[in-house]
Write a protein that binds this ligand. Structure first.
Ligand code: 8YV
Length: 312
């Protein structure tokens, strides 16, 4: 293929990998045992980097790609990609916004209901044969409760719309109130947590939101409160979360993301009031296909017109 040489950082679906190899002659970086050594010799040929929210890239990789002209990433979050070096060099970055909003919001609602009604725990109860000898403990009502959304972006708004079917009251916290927003604004994460029964995190990751949910926010959510995280593990001080749950200062947690995923704190594994998922917010056949198509559409537009379709 004539056109810019493409470097693909990590594997996505087999379908995507095949297309990248066959249609774009992309170099599979992950197949090199010493990737950095490979780039030291060959980095100058690559003009486009294809990566994902999960694989991201390092500053050292970017430095070893002196002729890089664009980065196309699979996923909406780009906290694993160093932005400052890209900005300095004027290299545009694309992500895959919008197409995953519904699935992430669906999963947030599912986790909220699971955490409150103890669905996963009840399933374990039945499988263990415990129903034969006793009744399952009561959960918390979902309908009509107070939903606090930390980060009212596109995913947060999709969640808020879903919650209206459950007659929930909604408030949110962002750095600034949104113009014309129908939901109440809380001036801080603590104020939001104090008000909410359920606190759902749908904000971006990165330095600006690092440990935004700390011991004080968890204390404000309280022993009957439920924390749902479909954002990034880095948004929560995980050590403080484990301590609050272990000491009964927080009611429950339902988590799709972790600070050091795929590693999950061992203490959480034994807690019945915690739901643990392996970062599956966008992981449906339909959405992942749309995300892949959007990465390829960005790549195609860059090759044809020298610009990206969905730059961040
Ligand atoms: C990732 C995500 O796409 O979009 C994001 O920001 O976290 C997920 O949807 C997935 O982990 C693959 O990188």
């Amino acid at each position: 293929m004539n056109g810019p040489k493409v470097l693909q950082v990590g594997p996505l679906s087999e379908r995507f990998n095949r297309r990248m190899a066959e249609e774009y002659a992309a170099e599979p970086y992950w197949k090199h045992v010493d990737g950095q050594a490979f780039l030291a010799g060959q980095g100058a040929q690559f003009e486009v980097l294809v990566t994902s929210a999960r694989f991201g890239c390092t500053e050292a990789m970017l430095e070893a790609l002196p002729n890089l002209r664009a980065v196309c990433s699979f996923g909406v979050g780009y906290d694993a990609i160093p932005l400052e070096p890209l900005r300095r060099r004027g290299i545009p970055l694309s992500n895959t916004p919008d197409v995953l909003d519904d699935c992430v919001a669906d999963l947030a609602m599912g986790l909220l209901i699971d955490g409150a009604r103890r669905i996963a725990e009840a399933d374990r109860f039945v499988r263990a044969g415990n129903w034969l000898v006793g009744n399952f403990p009561l959960g918390a009502r979902v309908s009509g409760k107070r939903l606090g959304i930390l980060g009212l972006g596109r995913i947060g708004q999709a969640l808020a719309r879903r919650s209206s079917g459950f007659d929930m009251q909604v408030r949110y916290h962002n750095r600034r109130p949104l113009d014309g927003c129908p939901y109440g604004y809380a001036a801080s994460p603590v104020e939001l947590a104090q008000w909410a029964d359920f606190l759902v995190l749908t904000c971006p990751g990165g330095p600006a939101t690092h440990h935004l949910v700390n011991a004080e926010v968890l204390a404000a959510l309280g022993p009957k409160g439920l924390l749902v995280n479909v954002a990034r593990g880095s948004v929560v001080d995980e050590a403080a979360l484990v301590a609050a749950l272990a000491e009964g200062r927080l009611g429950a947690a339902a988590l799709d993301v972790f600070e050091r995923e795929p590693r999950v704190p061992a203490a959480l594994l034994d807690m019945p009031n915690v739901v643990l998922l392996p970062h599956i917010g966008s992981a449906t056949e339909e959405t992942r296909l749309q995300m892949e198509e959007l990465v390829i559409a960005n790549l195609r537009t860059f090759i044809d017109k020298g610009e990206l379709l969905t730059p961040v």
